[in-house]
Design a protein around this ligand. Structure first.
Ligand code: ARG
Length: 477
């Protein structure tokens, strides 16, 4: 990275070659650096080059450029892309941003023809186009990661359709559930995340190019043709809106925030479950670290870090919302600040999903400990109440009867299934010997919740099958 101008020695030669015509002194060196974006927007050089190639191709089609000029521009841009990818490109801060760095290098390579590339275009519609292309590509990459994680969840759920654990409300033991069912709850959250991204992609995939600075351009451009070359679904309808709209970025960061919120909730459960107090699950060592002082420690770093990183993605969303709230139409320099919060959210979501996609299918449930925990905490109390209702007791009365039975269990330190029939019958003579197998065992409890969305192993198996089909359909869109 180099800076050019020295503010104490202004000269015409040191103003930007791209826009310096009306300036009489060079940009202050600090201001040049302060206003530049090349430090971070070089990240979408590929999209910038693709946009320029499509633009030049269109300009030749409508007769603004000759075919020779078009080919020189395209060859020049391809060479520049190779230079960038080989690490041989010199990014210059005095050239402000990725757009002017590449254009300037193009002119250096191919001469005056390079100066024709920007005909009928402004950096305002150029940058809006580039970020949309970039976000679109990132959405596709994130959807791949989500799919991998979703499939990983289905694979571990399939191994645990009969694994019983306590389900919680208020973090107190509530009713037994199957571990597979719990995992499928995670799956549902992440499916909604994919749906949101697929939806956000549609509004991202509209082309601002052709809006020029704000009002459109005087050249006979063919926007539909450029859009087709770049894989855009449609062109933007209003030039003022198109150069200033960053809704797609906000939508993306909102979708990213929800992904992180879900990963954070999963993290919180994993952190609880791996603690010595729960011991429901082991996370393989490769996802954990130790303590430099306490030799016994194995810390669930990945879930903890993902939980922590959720906050920064929320911050990225707030940055973009706040960035936009005071802006009059059309483009304002403020918009340059859209990039880092977007990039940060993208990097954070990608990293978090990558870690989770590897870690989740590698989790090892402690099946016996989960079962033992489900047996504690009177998790089948509702089943006993339902049993009484089926034998003619009104639900509120049944609730009261079972409450008393639970009180006895607490007093005797026994689960309901460990009380004797005689003990249970002192609360209701409708309780018969079949109560153990029909209501009080964990299997009876989960098997009884046998409808779509319920925790019965048979339902979880069916749900997994449907889930695979749903994924096929979701990602075929
Ligand atoms: N680097 C600028 C940005 O990121 C590109 C657009 C600049 N346009 C302008 N009129 N100064 O937004």
């Amino acid at each position: 990275m180099t800076t050019s101008s020295n503010s104490s020695n202004p000269s015409q030669a040191q103003t930007s070659g791209m826009w310096g015509g009306r300036f009489s002194e060079a940009t202050d060196a600090f201001v040049a650096e302060f206003t530049a974006s090349v430090q971070f927007d070089q990240r979408f050089y590929k999209q910038d080059i693709a946009g320029s190639i499509a633009h030049a191709t269109m300009l030749a089609k409508v007769g603004v450029l000759t075919e020779q000029e078009r080919d020189d521009i395209i060859n020049g841009l391809n060479t520049i892309q190779a230079e960038i990818e080989a690490g041989q490109f010199e990014w210059r801060i005095d050239l402000e941003d990725v757009h002017m760095n590449i254009e300037s290098r193009l002119t250096q390579r191919i001469g005056i023809t390079g100066k024709k590339l920007h005909t009928g275009r402004s950096r305002n519609d150029q940058v809006a186009t580039d970020i949309r292309l970039y976000v679109r590509d990132e959405i596709d990459a994130i959807l791949e990661l989500l799919k991998k994680l979703q499939k990983g969840i289905l694979s571990i759920a399939a191994q645990n359709t009969h694994t019983i654990m306590p389900g919680f409300t208020h973090l107190q033991t509530a009713q037994p559930v199957t571990f597979g069912h719990h995992l499928l709850a995670w799956f549902e959250m992440l499916v909604r995340d994919s749906e949101r991204l697929i939806d956000c992609r549609k509004r991202t995939n509209r082309m601002p190019l052709g809006s020029a600075a704000l009002a459109g351009t005087t050249y006979p451009i063919d926007r539909a043709f450029t859009a087709e070359l770049l894989g855009f679904e449609a062109v933007s309808e209003n030039s003022l809106d198109a150069v200033s709209d960053r809704d797609f970025g906000i939508e993306f960061n909102a979708a990213a925030s929800l992904i992180m919120m879900h990963l954070s909730r999963m993290s919180e459960e994993l952190i609880l479950w791996t603690s010595a107090q729960f011991k429901f699950v082991n996370i393989p060592d490769r996802f954990c670290t130790g303590s430099s002082i306490m030799p016994q420690k194995k810390n669930p770093d990945v879930p903890e870090l993902v939980r922590g990183k959720t906050g920064r993605v929320y911050g990225d969303l707030m940055s973009l919302l706040t960035l936009m709230k005071g802006q009059p139409l059309a483009y304002n320099k403020d918009n340059q600040e859209d990039k880092e919060p977007l990039f940060d959210a993208i990097d954070t979501v990608r990293g978090s999903l990558m870690a989770f996609a590897d870690m989740i299918p590698a989790l090892v449930p402690n099946i016996d400990i989960m079962r033992e925990a489900a047996l504690r905490g009177f998790s089948t109390a509702t089943d006993l109440a339902d049993y009484l209702v089926k034998n003619g007791v009104a639900f509120r009365d049944a609730h009261e009867i079972v409450g008393k039975a639970v009180a006895l269990g607490v007093q005797e330190s026994k689960d309901l299934s460990e009380l004797t029939l005689e003990q249970l019958q002192q609360f209701s003579d409708l309780i018969q010997a079949d109560v153990f197998e029909k209501a009080l065992t964990l299997e009876a409890s989960v098997n009884a919740r046998n409808h779509i969305g319920g925790t019965a192993p048979a339902q979880v198996e069916a749900a997994i099958e449907r889930a695979h089909a749903r994924l096929e359909k979701l990602y075929a869109q």
